[in-house]
Design a protein around this ligand. Structure first.
Ligand code: 5GP
Length: 269
């Protein structure tokens, strides 16, 4: 009977956080990044003016419009959009590298960018979309004004755009109402942790289950009948849906072999 060590690993996932300005998404993102070592932030390029509190290369890569358009037209951006009158985009290469290494990537992008990622067949299986809402509209306004880093005009424009943004909530897998960070943050973390364990993301699970069933056959029926009568379901073709039967392969190609054993990732909150 085989007693080989369990060889389970998983593909990296793409966690998208979107919200209208002032819903508290950036704070949630910062907390999550500080607690989850396997999660890295996708640092966007933008043509927006840098705020006094922002660091180039850390919050964004601040670039001019010609450089942005060049990157976009050269296919160097995974997605891009005009938001509140400025261009924003996700550089492709760092994301592809991180996913290939089996790491998770966090995206703080708007609904337009999220739509583009979801439409990309080679990425959509790795996408987890979370939408953050404020508890009420006056809180949204108050948070925008408290930040005091944008002009009155900018705040007005962002508030105006928030109606369109809020209207996109059904495009997301999860919606969190961010009233109290102490409650919201554990929810977000729970989403990330559960999504990491989804069957389709675990590489080697089908072989593991086949091995278990082989052992079961040997123990229950004896070696000869186990060999004559396989119990495991046939392995489905790649491209099977997430609802496929146990024993199917993941529906997208594995992009890496991270050495992540179940229970190895960080400590519980
Ligand atoms: P802010 O100017 O407040 O940093 O961001 C404004 C909006 O642009 C936010 O909703 C933010 O999520 C979004 N955003 C930031 N980076 C990107 C990006 O690379 N792509 C897209 N589509 N939206 C982005």
């Amino acid at each position: 009977m085989s007693t080989d060590p369990i060889q389970l690993s998983r593909r990296g996932l793409m966690l998208v956080l979107s919200s209208p300005s002032g819903a508290g998404k950036s704070t949630l993102a910062r907390l999550l990044l500080s607690e989850e070592r396997e999660l890295i932030l996708s640092i966007s390029v933008t043509t927006r003016q840098r705020r006094p509190s922002e660091v180039d290369g850390q919050h964004y890569h601040f670039i001019g419009e010609p450089a942005f358009l060049r990157m976009r037209d050269n296919g160097e951006l995974l997605e891009s959009a005009e938001v509140h009158g400025n261009y924003y985009g996700t550089p492709r290469e760092p994301v592809e590298t991180a996913l290939a290494e089996g790491r998770d990537v966090l995206f703080d992008i708007d609904w337009q960018g999220t739509e583009q990622l979801a439409a990309n067949e080679s990425l959509s299986g790795d996408l987890v979309r979370v939408f953050v809402l404020p508890p009420n509209f006056s809180e949204l306004k108050a948070r925008l004004e408290r930040r005091a880093e944008d002009s009155t005009d900018t705040i007005k424009k962002r508030l105006g755009n928030s109606r369109t943004e809020i209207g996109k909530w059904t495009q997301y897998d999860y919606v969190i109402v961010n009233e109290d960070l102490g409650e919201t943050f554990p929810m977000l973390r729970a989403i990330l942790r559960a999504e990491r364990m989804r069957r389709e993301r675990v590489v080697g699970l089908s072989e593991f289950v086949d091995g278990l069933l082989q052992q079961a056959g040997e123990m229950i029926e004896g070696p000869a009948s186990a060999a004559a009568e396989p119990i495991a379901e046939p392995v489905a073709e790649p491209g099977s849906t997430p609802d496929a039967e146990p024993g199917s392969t993941p529906d997208a190609e594995p992009v890496g072999e991270p050495a992540v054993e179940p229970g190895e990732e960080g400590s519980e909150p």
